[in-house]
Design a protein around this ligand. Structure first.
Ligand SMILES: [Zn+2]
Length: 217
């Protein structure tokens, strides 16, 4: 069974299953055996000077190797006005609905923004919060509205807050990822299995099943 590494900025080895992040501002050259998500990161909005990126995105996501839209989202640590961030985020949601693809979300201090938007848009495809670090109350709220959660290396820093949040995530809404780090994904699974007090194999199988259910391949 392959190990799911939901979100990475590097190509994944053949024993891992997950999505390599692609920025729509770069040429798309998919590699054999890799799967991708494609979107416009909120950090890159200043580089997207016109709406060409949106047309490009619609072309790219029709490639069968692209299984999700993103990463995209809202980052309140940026100086970019929130209105502009939302204006760039919403077309991702529309494409996700049009092509029935999940959305990989970048969220910094914006969990409540995204929750409001998800309700307002009546989004039907899965929304997956990557690099998740919310507190327990936020986690319960988001879980209720069917968000999925992808947890990365922050877990290894052994912050009690994130460990407590991990325990609140329904197992069928849970993923793990390495994002931009070169940490071995296995070490995240080992740590999480200990925290959750469930056998490592069982956790790996659960996340594998989640991936199959949501991405179908
Ligand atoms: Zn990322």
């Amino acid at each position: 069974m392959k190990l799911v590494n939901l979100h990475s900025h590097f190509e994944l080895p053949t024993n891992q299953l997950g999505l390599v992040n692609h920025s729509v501002l770069l040429p798309f050259e998919p590699k054999d055996g890799q799967r991708y998500s494609a979107g416009l990161h909120p950090w890159d909005l200043d580089e997207a000077t016109d709406d060409n990126w949106l047309q490009m995105l619609e072309v790219i996501i029709q490639n069968p190797q692209v299984l999700a839209i993103g990463e995209c989202g809202i980052d309140r640590s940026l100086e970019t006005p929130i209105d502009r961030q939302i204006a760039c985020f919403l077309p991702h949601v529309e494409l996700a609905e049009k092509y029935s693809k999940p959305v990989i979300l970048h969220a910094v201090r914006s969990y409540s923004d995204l929750l409001q938007l998800k309700k307002k848009q009546n989004a039907t495809t899965p929304w997956i919060l990557h690099g998740y670090q919310g507190n327990t109350e936020t986690t319960k709220q988001l879980a209720k509205y069917n968000f999925c959660f992808s947890i990365g290396t922050a877990l290894l820093n052994d912050r009690q807050k994130l460990n407590q949040s991990l325990a609140e995530i329904p197992l069928n809404q849970l993923f793990f990822e390495t994002d931009e780090s070169t940490v071995n994904i296995e070490s995240i699974y080992i740590f999480a299995a200990e925290q959750l007090n469930i056998p490592l194999q069982k956790l790996q199988k659960q996340v594998f099943d989640n991936y199959q259910r949501i991405f179908g391949s």
